[in-house]
Design a protein around this ligand. Sequence first.
Ligand code: ADP
Ligand code: ZN
Length: 732
Amino acid sequence: MIAEVIVDISNSEVDRIFDYSFCGDEVKKGSRVSVPFGKRTIEGYVIGIKDTTSVSSDKLKDIVTVLDDRPVICEEMLDLMRYMCERYNLRIVDALRLFIPSQMRGGRIKELKKRCVRVSDDFIGVEPAEFIRAGAKAQQEIFDYVSNKGEADTAYLGREFSAAALRNLIERGVFTCFEKSSRRTPYSDIVGKAKEVALTSAQKEAVKAVTESGCKTFLLHGVTGSGKTEVYMRCISDALSKGKTAIMLEPEISLTPQVLKNFRARFGDSVAILHSGLSAGERFDEWRRLLCGEARVAVGARSAIFAPLTNLGLIIIDEEHDPSYVSDSNPRYATLEVAAFRAKYNNCGLLMGSATPSVESYYKAKCGEYELLEMRERISGRQLPDIEIINMCDELRVGNNGFFSRRLIAELEDCMAAGNQAIIFINRRGYASFVMCRSCGYVAKCERCDVSLVYHRDEDLLKCHYCNNRYRPLDACPQCHGTHLRQGYIGTQKVAEQLSAMFPDKRVLRMDNDTTQNKDAHLDILRRFGAKEADILVGTQMIAKGHDFPDVTLVGIVDADMSLHFADYRATERTFQLITQVAGRAGRDKKPGHVVLQTYTPNHYVYRLAVRNDYTGFYEKECNLREVTKYPPFSKIVRVLITADSEKEAFDVLKADFDDINALARDNEKCFAYLSAMKSPVKKIQDKYRVQIVARITRDFDRLIQSIYKITDSHANNKTSCFVEINPSNMS
Ligand code: ADP
Ligand code: ZN
């Protein structure tokens, strides 16, 4: 027989099928194998089996071995591989690598086997005095322990009793050794008790819609604290009761102990957790439990969409608006599209949930492509927190130059005096810095794109990251002629220090990229805050999501404008989402919550609508704007990013690609809203020059993207790299 093998080398020149012969029935479609390749033996994946080959018999080689006890890639994933290769122009091997834990490749991680002992048959039922001499206390203890338990792990026995006594018993044949595979369980200390709740009528309706209709996509728009998690769990229970499996995705940062606890409590060992905080061994074991059907629910971040489950009954994407669902490094893919593929393949439902759906998803729901489910109220009639807007320009006017408004300080004092907890949120996105006038709130924007300009220190210029228009830097504000111009961030550390100085007897915790370098560090900070080991939590975007702290009554948003003026067409959308998410942390239990939002542009519509919790009002306004400017959902943005060691080589490819794409755009005039070639906003990263082509395509996208792939492939060479991105979450 002949196996079609993809070898595990990520290089375009070998990214094709190689035929190998084999006998017997061990090699199957989806098996991981090792094969001779040139002078080496390397790993590969069998993606097809056939009877004949066109390779001549003197060149045809045999598969060396099959690496696992079962195929690791199922039929569905092979179809998904083909879909992803076409849709995103991926190498076959890069798609396949997404499907298995990376540590498994190259045999870096294996099943953990423990050496165990049991009493040998010949010694069962024999009086111990006959073979353990009186006074050999340790031997007697070990023997009693093992015969009591039936079996025990040698490492444990050696540690707890005596290694010498154990060796003696094994050598004399009293004990028989054997190997047993052992499971590494992540967060094994996290266990919870299942809470039985009666569903609200809104929850009931949502659950009914999802469980009673087959292959449909739902958008669950539920305010913060409306009980979306309970809806997810009921829908998963339903899928399990029908003998099916389920996948539930969360943004990495929302995979908190609370979430894990809830799922373990409800589904016990049926849940497997896939999360970057897991050790390689834990990840491998959880993955294997899914593969062999021992676990039937996969809970994890983006990559869990590739969980090796068959017979899916439901896929859930929580916080569907989160940017982390778009992979912006190789291999690039959109989780939503992959989920849609798997749902269709399995003829099952796809449920996306959010308090602040992305404009694109809500648009699709409005158009009837998704079924919209709404939960407008918090559980038990709890109020959404009230949000108060503070104009920071006024603070400057009265001489307050600090991070905190007088109002926020007063609120903090009250909150601390009442023994409650507060969260101070520092808005921070990416690297970019915009230019803002602190006296009147003016922000420099591109005249063509209505997107904030970014200051480039090296050239001393302001630039638009979407169209590359350049502007001279400002000395004074064009609106009020003031000279208090601000660039850049407020640091979390500085804010935390000031808070400690203001409240010397209160404990301040900080959570940002610096304090969460270690695995589990972010879970630990949340645990400590949850256990009331601190009074104030200062943090970035990381603290915005999914946490339920009953004693938090005050949330302060220090510089809401940061994300608003980020050079991204979704800046307003992201700001609305952030404010809603962060504000949603306050008043989740019995104590009502209050939010103080500090801004230099208090009249911006995003704040007005966020204060009223008016998502639909926000959506309408934003959607109209996007329609006029032809941004998604009214177009798709395509970025062709070319990188190379030499600027000239990058430019040569850029020019060749651009000429052809330009011709394509001329032939399809009505489909292109914008097309241009430019240096990337960040011109050089790790010594690689970066140039790019940006297009906005308003119709016929599926056909045109294939033409673009053909163009870029035709000019590819081994001195440059080329990536084509669709609606990238980052344009830098
Ligand atoms: P969301 O994800 O929509 O922000 P959660 O799922 O975190 O909201 O729910 C908020 C709180 O309400 C949680 O503590 C949850 O246990 C509780 N809850 C959910 N549904 C019910 C219900 N039907 N009755 C009582 N409490 C509920
Ligand atoms: Zn512009």
